[in-house]
Design a protein around this ligand. Sequence first.
Ligand code: PLP
Length: 465
Amino acid sequence: MTLITNHMPTAQLQALDAAHHMHPFTQGDELAAKGARIITRAKGVTLTDSEGHEILDAMAGLWCVNIGYGRDELAEAAARQMKELPYYNTFFQTTHVPAIALADKLAELTPHDLNHVFYAGSGSEANDTNIRLVRTYWAQKGKPTKKVIISRKNAYHGSSVGSASLGGMSAMHAQGGLPIPDVHHINQPHWYGEGGDMTPEEFGLARARELEDAILELGEDRVAAFIGEPVQGAGGVIIPPETYWPEIQRICDKYEILLIADEVICGFGRTGTWFGSESFGIKPHVMTIAKGLSSGYAPIGGSLVCDEVAEVINGCEFAHGYTYSGHPVACAVALENLRILQEEGIVDRVASDTAPYLKKKWETLADHPLVGEARIAGMMGSIALSPDKANRAAFAADPGTAGLICREACFANNLVMRHVGDRMVISPPLVITHEEIDTLIARAGAALDQAHARLSDEGLMVAAS
Ligand SMILES: *Cc1c(COP(=O)(O)O)cnc(C)c1O
């Protein structure tokens, strides 16, 4: 057996990767022809690849490395826990200190009475938990017909069968026979793309009222819950109009529908408050968490549950759980991550200093001829690429063509910025400094210039009719 290390030539590692490793959300044969980029190490906001490039990671991995890379304290917390108790489960009336300590910390950090956590290994798992949790809640209350969960088109809630069904990604539904029954999707509050002649405020209300229409159409006696990301992440960082969430909240209250806030991205400081629900005035019964919970250093997720829902669920045996629910090493890592976020005042600094600085710089990108809008909420931002910015026009070319060209230009400028269709998105580590923000904006500007030149050369700056 060959020893595979960082010192192997890139091409050899790429060939081995192509031979044996199937990548998520990737067309394998295309990637095999091109060769995957190999990330070898990272520190702060900077990745190093096998060719020695130093790349500014404006995506914090997959929206998760909130405290930045290379914090030894988390490695030490993991090593300590592995030596003391590497694994034990929380089934069958047992528990352990990391699971207890993290649950206690989460109850302290979460708003209102979200005082209970059901652990999972990821955001997808946690949303699968939520499907069963809210349906079980209503069954326990003597209303077993309340099963339908209302979600939004273009939402992202994970990749398992249940969570992808909650999600509203049509390309995902098309593979594997999704969605599961009793999930209903309404339209998203995406003003730039779908708002037409309405003002953002009018549009936000109109889209929220689709929830009321759906409840009336399905019958209140069939609806269990509504789920939404405070800011849609994977759908393209879609920041809803200010009118949207208050109206959703009003409707959930009026019809006694449980409200699930999927905080997998927005949680743990991303929007400048500990939870996106606080930034947008949402009072959920259940919150999904993962990603920033451990800053991605260990796989862990969970469902935060309010007192009333927990009380009802605790009245039965909830026949649900994962081998790694409350994994001690992951809990210890998450706890250390939360300690750092809290004690170093990282969330406060985002709110008072770095997010306002980034916002000012990010919004200047809207002046670029290729950019139709540039918006940001805390540390998650997006720009819409457009061939005709005055009319918020889409491209005539297939959706994602311009976005992909722009993403390649970003890589060429040592910047990781992701594309979602023809939107470019960022979600940098929360520890990013002013100087690093300046670098991010300069590289994004250069990438936009190059993408614009290439789109013009190839005759692609043409609006869809
Ligand atoms: C990433 C994500 C998930 C899924 O989390 P995984 O850990 O990848 O399973 C769920 N909801 C949202 C909003 C996400 O961004």
